[in-house]
Design a protein around this ligand. Structure first.
Ligand code: HEM
Length: 389
């Protein structure tokens, strides 16, 4: 196998599964070198243990992109938590942590249920077929983030458009960038308004409790990080999870009829689908050995969460969905270590509410046509999911 033979293998899939080459790399050369233009090497980590040790070691690995742009540290620039190192990462993450405890999130539960029911009503009113991505999987996570942040009701339609346009690459990269800028402009304005008159959402709470420790620009960029982190990911899980359930009617029936069964299914589907295919890039802070491979200071390590979550070292038959498996919860679909997904309990809550509600409302739901999967994607998913009932 040549070093550059599979440079994009970590972003490819065949249906629900990683491509076969990824499993071969994991067996034959688990820390895989990929030459990138400019002559530097990026290492692809594919084994579960190696991925956990990279993600769990913020002493030896940095998330700071300044490492490759050569422009020095980016710690002062806007951008989500994923590109920041301690102590700045610790400082900012500490503000958000209390907002993601189960106690705080419980407050959102009835709102998520209402958002889900509203969309099911709309689907029912619309006829007997739809694209489930547009009708359900896309708007729900976005409205949940609105609810979390405290975006006013009459501004949600516009906000929803901004948050979906950035992921619509059909209009070209400029349109996507424009949508990101527009979202930042909107969020900066929202933060300024919340500062004057703090509401009940996350922004209002943060400003009330820590308003003097955090400036508007950073807060807007953290809000944007929550939007980008919580939107496409949950959309993909809702769509892929539904597709899998429709292919597995016995499991769908259990999710529909047995209280609590969905909890296990969601956890195992998170592992199996691993929609976030690679973690944020990590940069070696020193020369080191990783999984038997020498890595030089400054080199980038990409952790393939997809490969790690299917690693046979994690358990038996990792290419199957076995909701009863005990190791399900040790998957790395949310990452691991300091940067582990802060929104994990919220995403789990969304799915635990959405899947049974959908299957109860439309017990005869079925796939109704070709399902186009994304081709090369950091966040894997489907372009559309035609369904009928
Ligand atoms: C199924 C849904 C989701 C999946 C699979 C997912 C997955 C991930 C992964 C893999 C990481 C990176 C871990 C790393 O590089 O070490 C991450 C980070 C993050 N996620 Fe999620 N996520 C989901 C939903 C959400 C939601 C709902 C939110 C918030 C509303 C969110 C906010 C974030 C943030 C802010 C980070 C950065 C954390 C940090 O760097 O400290 N995510 N997520």
């Amino acid at each position: 196998m040549s070093d550059t033979e599979f440079p994009l293998v970590q972003f490819m899939r065949e249906g629900f599964d990683p491509v076969a080459e990824l499993a071969r790399i994991r067996t034959e050369q688990p820390i895989f070198p990929m030459e990138i233009p400019g002559g530097s090497t990026v290492w692809l980590a594919t084994r579960y243990d190696d991925v956990r040790s990279v993600l769990g070691d913020s002493d030896r690995f940095s998330n700071d992109f300044g490492n490759i742009t050569g422009m020095g540290s980016n710690q002062e620039d806007p951008g989500g938590l994923g590109f920041r190192d301690p102590p700045e990462h610790t400082r900012l993450r500490k503000f958000l942590t209390p907002e993601f405890t189960m106690r705080r999130l419980k407050r959102l539960e009835p709102r998520i249920e209402a958002i889900v029911e509203e969309h099911l009503d709309r689907m029912a009113a619309q006829g007997s077929e739809t694209d489930l991505v547009q009708a359900f999987a896309l708007p729900i996570p976005s409205l949940v983030v609105c609810e979390l942040l405290g975006v006013p009701y009459d501004e949600r339609a516009d906000f929803l458009r901004l948050s979906t346009d950035r992921f619509d690459f059909t209009a070209g990269p400029e349109a996507s960038l424009q949508a990101i800028n527009d979202a930042m402009t909107y969020l900066t304005d929202l933060v300024a308004r919340e500062r004057k008159n703090p509401g009940d959402g996350l922004l209002g709470m943060l400003l009330r409790e820590h308003g003097d420790e955090i400036d508007d620009r950073i807060l807007a960029s953290m809000a944007d990080g929550l939007l980008t982190g919580g939107h496409d990911t949950s959309t993909s899980m809702l769509a892929l999870g539904t597709l899998w359930l429709l292919h597995n009617p016995e499991q769908a029936a259990r999710v529909r009829d047995e209280d609590g069964y969905v909890v296990q299914v969601v956890e195992e589907l998170l592992r199996y689908m691993t929609v976030v295919q690679v973690a944020f890039p990590r940069f070696a802070k020193e020369d080191m050995e990783l999984g038997g491979q020498q890595i030089a200071k400054g080199e980038m390590v990409l952790c393939s969460l997809t490969a790690a979550n299917r690693d046979p070292a994690l358990g038996r038959d990792m290419d199957s969905v076995l909701p009863e498996r005990e190791v399900a919860a040790s998957h790395v679909a949310f990452g691991h270590g300091l940067h582990r997904c802060i929104g994990a309990p919220l995403a789990q809550m969304e799915m635990r509410i959405a899947f049974p509600a959908l299957l109860r409302r439309f017990p005869d739901l079925r796939v109704n046509g070709e399902v186009p999967f994304r081709k090369l994607a950091i966040v894997y998913g489907v372009e559309s999911l035609p369904v009928a009932w």
